[in-house]
Design a protein around this ligand. Structure first.
Ligand code: HMG
Ligand code: MG
Length: 300
């Protein structure tokens, strides 16, 4: 039996959060429905964060209603504070993600607090979410590089990963926010974190600015990571990480893993349909090599 890698589709959240132009709720809903048709089981529907800071996620409650997220274990939303958790619970969310970083400079710009203060803020949120039976993911951003202070040591990442795990996060997503690291540094950070956090609890969340995303995903999988984040069409970027491009494209990751003998449960052709539809409806051309190879550069 082939090994399975679980893909977490982050396009509807990470993929769209930094767009300048307004995005119709219906377009985000359509994208999510097409992703589900392609076989995506875990996806980030949106984020309950400050709409002033991230306007594109302001309609997350409406999107959750429209796609029937309430009660669905695979649908996850980002939660920035207690108020965000209240909203997630009110919508029947079964999975949330809290998010901090390995760098104070990034955390301060992203969530308005140092890493230590953010951990203090998230501890009661995670406890309350767990008590309500939710699955909780904890993100550590800037695991190799920070846009403001440069290189990050793996030990700093591990300390934050352990703190998140100790407060009750079932999964630790390692965010290579800038998308510039190569497999050597990805391996160093995964090996360091995996000394303290079980490999099964680690997820790889890589951006693709320098085109290293697929190589980095392969390195993570080679080391034993079995949960990989990706965004359809290579959408994405964080509004507080200047210079960072989209997430590694889901179609590139699916192509890589299936060709390497892993099962993802995702049907590549349908995933390409979702990327093409996103292009048609939102005018965002897929950046992925696999999309271009199989569909050309058009909206299809
Ligand atoms: P703050 O600005 O420090 O202060 O926010 P605040 O708590 O006073 O809130 C500011 C405003 O937001 C207020 O409204 C609040 O009412 C409102 P105003 O008075 O200005 O009109 N507000 C909210 N509204 C709705 N729902 C809420 C909520 N909370 C506050 N839940 C805060 C602190 C953490 C809330 C803010 O900084 C924030 O929302 N940050 C989120 C930033 C974000 O979403 N970043 C992108 C996601 S992280 C990422 O992309 C990286 C990742 O992909 C991994 C990787 O790639 O590395 C995960
Ligand atoms: Mg990200």
């Amino acid at each position: 039996m082939s090994a399975r890698v679980s893909i977490v589709e982050v396009g509807p959240r990470d993929g769209l959060q930094a767009r300048k132009e307004p995005i119709e709720t219906a377009a985000r809903v359509d994208l999510i429905e097409r992703l589900r048709l392609a076989g995506v089981e875990r996806l980030e529907v949106g984020a309950f964060v400050s709409p002033r800071r991230v306007p594109r996620m302001a309609d997350t409650a409406a999107v959750m209603d429209a796609v029937g997220s309430g009660g669905r274990a695979g649908d996850m939303v980002l939660v920035a504070n207690e108020r965000g958790l209240d909203e997630a619970l009110a919508k029947g969310a079964r999975a949330i993600a809290v998010f901090t970083a390995a760098s104070d400079a990034f955390a301060e710009r992203n969530i308005g607090s140092t890493v230590a203060a953010s951990l203090d803020r998230f501890a009661p949120i995670v406890a309350r979410a767990r008590a309500a039976g939710l699955f909780v993911r904890g993100y550590v951003s800037t695991v190799t590089d920070c846009p403001y202070i440069g290189r990050i040591e793996p030990a700093a990442v591990s300390a934050v990963a352990v703190a998140l795990r100790d407060m009750g996060c079932a999964e630790i997503a390692l965010g290579e926010t800038l998308g510039k690291a190569t497999p050597r540094r990805i391996a160093a950070v995964i090996e360091t974190v995996a000394r303290d956090v079980p490999m099964e609890a680690i997820a790889a969340h890589f951006h693709d600015t320098y085109g290293m995303g697929v190589a980095n995903v392969w390195e993570a999988v080679r080391l034993g990571v079995r949960t990989v984040d990706a965004a359809v069409g290579g959408l994405g970027g964080c509004p507080f990480a200047p210079g960072a491009a989209g997430n590694v494209a889901t179609e590139d990751v699916v192509y890589l893993l299936e060709e390497q003998g892993f099962k993802t449960g995702i049907v590549l052709e349908r995933l390409l349909d979702a990327a093409a539809s996103c292009h048609r409806r939102l005018g965002i051309a897929p950046s992925s090599r696999v999309f271009k190879a199989l569909r050309g550069s058009g909206a299809g």
